[in-house]
Design a protein around this ligand. Structure first.
Ligand SMILES: Nc1nc2c(ncn2[C@@H]2O[C@H](COP(=O)(O)OP(=O)(O)OP(=O)(O)O)[C@@H](O)[C@H]2O)c(=O)[nH]1
Ligand SMILES: [Mg+2]
Length: 246
């Protein structure tokens, strides 16, 4: 069953080696009328970029593919995708992973909630949220990361690290992404922090997060180290001119 999504909505999906997963994500998203997709591929060696091009040809006018070659990285991919998305007519711009952890079926609920919020987080850590197939170690790591981030930054959101998000276009346009200090997963925390500092209304709706079956996780030690430092860097720079609303 697909519920309709009424505002013009763009979903930005960063990809790196997601050949097996991408077609399933595309199918799920294209089932929602009024939803377009931007795939931001970082020259995946497994051919995800070429597959994305072929998929875009099957859905003319609804799927755009950005092939990145310079300065790879998840944060830069989001920045490039968001900038391109903001040039277009969309009222709502969402972020979603390509590894099937984020179910396209949750999208209508996220978009509906944007009626009363500037940013809606697809949340694992509110009532009704869940995680499927994560080993205890991953659960503990994510729980601890959220506790740590919330404590250091005083953010109120329960799930500060979820990459399934839905933004009101104006809130996203105000973020001054070029001034961001982090990349990788910390980039998501920084987006949330800056949005919160700018007075965004932040809401959460429950999602069931499913661990990837295909492809590899890109969570590395370097990523974890950056995540430990980011909350402190954010609070240290929070009054800088760069992050005042523009
Ligand atoms: N364009 C681009 N996409 C990336 C990069 N790293 C990861 N991604 C994509 O970003 C999304 C999230 O990355 P994942 O690798 O799923 O994250 P993970 O390591 O599995 O982490 P968990 O989902 O928390 O287990 C996926 O769609 C990836 O394909 C990158 O450097 N560039
Ligand atoms: Mg993942």
């Amino acid at each position: 069953m697909t519920e309709g999504i009424s505002p013009a909505t763009l979903v930005i999906v960063p990809t790196f080696n997601e050949r097996e997963n991408l077609p399933i994500v595309v199918r799920g998203l294209m089932a929602h009328p009024n939803v377009s997709m931007m795939i931001v591929d970082d020259s995946s060696p497994d051919g995800t970029g070429e597959l994305a091009d072929a998929t875009a040809r099957e859905h003319p006018g609804r799927i755009e593919v950005m092939h990145r070659t310079a300065r790879p990285g998840l944060g830069r991919s989001y920045i490039d995708g968001i900038k391109k998305g903001l040039e277009q007519r969309f009222d709502v711009i969402c972020q979603m992973d390509a590894d099937l952890s984020h179910d396209p079926r949750h999208l209508p609920a996220l978009v509906r909630a944007i009626g009363q919020a500037d940013l809606v987080i697809g949340s694992r850590y509110i009532a009704g949220g869940d995680i499927v197939n994560w080993p205890l170690r991953r659960r503990l790591l994510s729980r601890f990361a959220n506790y740590y981030i919330r404590t250091v930054t005083r953010l109120n959101a329960r799930d500060c690290t979820s990459g399934y998000r839905c933004w009101r276009r104006d809130a996203l346009a105000r973020l001054a992404l070029d001034d961001f200090i982090s990349d990788g997963y910390s980039f998501l925390v920084e987006m949330l922090y800056v949005a919160s500092r700018q007075g965004c209304r932040i809401a959460e709706v429950p999602i069931t997060f499913v661990e990837r079956h295909q492809g590899e996780s890109k969570l590395s030690r370097a990523v974890l180290a950056e995540s430990a430092i980011t909350p402190w860097r954010l609070i240290a720079t929070k009054d800088s001119v760069a992050r005042r609303p523009r």
